[in-house]
Design a protein around this ligand. Structure first.
Ligand code: HEC
Length: 188
């Protein structure tokens, strides 16, 4: 054994160690830094706001002003927001991401669920979470297509679809009481 060990040590640099690569079925080496709450706050919400704010009509005392993307830079920035939004949905799909940081509490108790309640319904309803995350990705792709086609009508329509995709998930996982629904954990 000892001799083998020494031999192995000697040969390690030329490959005596059978493998240093992880087995094919090992979990990918993702590093989770932010909870879902911060993916929402810092990535998804700002990206969506920029998309919704890209086509607006402002009425003032001086008249009506339409804001629409015009320059190449405007469209490029919008593409960036759509891409951020779509790719963020992959972050939502990663297993093991906590809902909120340690000690975080609902800002509207009685309306918004507490993070630990969300954790519970998430664990019990993972397929629904996956479907709703993919639906957000699909809505983001509609926005991206509208941006690439520089189609203002499609941008408006896809912006509405985006809103719905947010709401569909929030009503199930964030504030189900608001919809008068019973908690998903109780029905499953
Ligand atoms: C797949 C589910 C899902 C989708 C889709 C989703 N959200 Fe959320 N969102 C959540 C959950 C769960 C929370 C509650 C997390 C918490 O605060 O504990 C949340 C919280 C938030 C918050 C509060 C974050 C904070 O600072 O406390 C904002 C803002 C938000 N979402 C915006 C959006 C927008 C905008 C969209 C659509 C473009 C969206 N979300 C789509 C699940 C989702």
């Amino acid at each position: 054994m000892r001799i083998l060990g020494v031999l192995c040590l000697a040969l390690a640099t030329i490959g005596c160690e059978p493998t240093s690569a992880p087995p094919a079925d090992a979990a990918p080496p993702f590093q989770i830094t932010a909870p879902i709450e911060e993916i929402m706050r810092f990535m998804i919400d700002p990206a969506a706001d920029s998309i919704w704010g890209s086509v607006v009509t402002i009425v003032t005392d001086d008249g009506v002003e339409d804001i629409v993307p015009e320059t190449d830079a405007d469209w490029a920035a919008l593409r960036g927001h759509a891409v951020t939004l779509i790719e963020s949905t992959n972050l939502l799909l990663m297993e093991g991401r906590p809902v909120a940081a340690e000690g975080s509490v609902s800002e509207m108790p009685g309306v918004d669920l507490e993070p630990e309640q969300i954790e519970e319904i998430l664990a019990a309803n993972r397929p629904a979470w996956t479907a709703l995350s993919l639906a957000l990705s699909e809505s983001g792709t509609q926005v991206l297509n509208a941006v690439d086609a520089r189609d203002l009508d499609a941008l408006l329509v896809s912006g509405d679809g985006l809103d719905l995709a947010c709401e569909n998930c929030h009503i199930q996982f964030w504030y189900p009481e608001l919809a008068g629904q019973t908690r998903a954990t109780n029905t499953n």
